[in-house]
Design a protein around this ligand. Sequence first.
Ligand code: ADP
Ligand code: MG
Length: 280
Amino acid sequence: MLSKANLINPNKVHNAFKNISTTAAATCYCAKMSFKAFNSTMRPTILSVKDLTKTYRSGEQTLTVLHCISFSLNEGDSCAIVGPSGSGKTTLLGLCAGLDRQTSGTVSLCGIRIDTLSEDERARVRNQFVGFVFQNFQLIPTLTALENVLVPLELRGGKVDEKEAIELLERVGLGKRLHHYPAQLSGGEQQRVAIARSFINRPKILFADEPTGNLDGETSQKIESLLFELNREAQTTLVLVTHNLELARKTARVIRLKNGTIVSDTLNERQKEPFNPTTI
Ligand code: ADP
Ligand code: MG
């Protein structure tokens, strides 16, 4: 069984989620209220990025990997971020999800300015609104597949419903791998556990970094269907970093990065008609 001790001790990373300030809780509450206040015919902005720059320092040298990035997404949008290796896609995704801190610029997620929050406060916002699939999965090695999927629910502190986690693992084709540890799973299987984990909190926005990068054609298609079902049924906003052109073609919008700059931001042909969630 998954216990708190099981979660906290082997991976101190989770301590970041433990001490949640009341400021963040209040901010989240206000943001939720303002979300509800929106007219249902108008989809609210869920992500707004303005003049985002990220610079890494290494000794005397500075390397700017993102230059003045600005864009916004509405609730229910689907967007692919594409571009050559090293163009800044993973860095951008991490900043948008509040996993990392920008050098300058602002990021608002679900109406909350996450760039000004502390690490713990950002962790709270992520747990409440965000699903994230890491390029390298980041499963906890000491937990089984099922326990890994349950982690976000444990951190939220509410009721932990194993049934939903089992259903998600079945949907990604891992019904027979519930009690396997990450080391006992293939790369593609670990990726599917990471995808199931990202869905468990019913996120308002899902960021996925190369979510089909380790999957064969058939499994990749299943995962794509699952992602777009989430987008369609729960109005979850999708932000997908991908080299998979088939996947990028299915999103409503494609942002192309090159050397840390947006070089194009286009709507896919069949998405140019007015928004209709049933046609995506
Ligand atoms: P992509 O996902 O498009 O392949 P990344 O966002 O991972 O690109 O990386 C963009 C650039 O930032 C790369 O040149 C990479 O070497 C550099 N970079 C990423 N993380 C760090 C880091 N922690 N320190 C220094 N440079 C980094
Ligand atoms: Mg990357």
